[in-house]
Design a protein around this ligand. Structure first.
Ligand SMILES: [Zn+2]
Length: 208
């Protein structure tokens, strides 16, 4: 596993950039990249500028359109959580990108840039690097610890169990059939624990 620090999102690390072409949903509409969806989210649903951003193919032009007047009130308080939601969707919904992100291991992700952005990235050695921090946070959510062998495993799709015993309830994650079977055997010997297997999807559960 590569644990080298990444300080620019270009070349083979281009997939970390918000300009990377990948369809992302926002409020029921599909956009060509995280950048597109983020710029559109500045404006209220149904506004003309949103449809312009949505129709634009080039992320640089989408970014420029996002400087149009009419940005919704309180946007500054929303923008970090909007970005986190969009970046999460990008990586949770696309197995190829998810694996690329996981392969960055525990390395620093930093959006070094030449265009002077010290909020989302780092410019001339200074910056808050919020995009890099969000990427590292999302990366952390893409793995879970196997309840049997404690290995860190990718989230896709772990075998999960939900259990309840009296007031207590919780979730267990398993990396393999083997670990699942080992745990399931021990649950059967405890009469009051109910267990069911399920898929995990972002933002929702699906029983099976
Ligand atoms: Zn395991």
């Amino acid at each position: 596993m590569n644990t080298v620090d990444i300080t620019e999102f270009k070349g083979r690390n281009r997939f970390l950039s918000n300009f990377y072409a990948v369809n992302v949903m926002w409020e029921g509409e599909e956009y060509f990249s995280v950048e597109h969806a983020y710029q559109a989210a500045k404006y209220l649903y149904g506004s003309v500028i949103r449809s312009k951003i949505r129709a634009e193919v080039d992320p640089r032009k989408a970014k420029r359109l996002g400087r149009s007047p009419g940005i919704q009130k309180g946007w500054d308080n929303l923008k970090l959580s909007v970005m986190e939601t969009l970046v999460s969707r990008k990586f949770f919904d696309n197995p190829g990108l998810r694996n690329l992100l996981l392969n960055t291991g525990t390395g620093l992700l930093q959006e070094g840039n030449w265009w002077g952005d010290r909020f989302w990235g780092v410019y001339k050695g200074e910056g808050e690097n919020h995009l890099g921090k969000i990427l590292m946070k999302v990366r952390g959510k893409l793995t879970q610890t196997c309840s049997t062998c404690t290995r860190e495993v990718p989230l896709d799709p772990p075998k999960m169990a939900i259990f309840s015993k009296g007031e207590k309830s919780g979730e267990l994650v398993f990396c393999s059939d083997e670990c699942w079977n080992l745990a399931a055997d021990s649950f059967r010997s405890i009469s009051k624990i109910q267990i069911r297997q399920r898929h995990v999807l972002l933002g929702g559960l699906e029983d099976r």
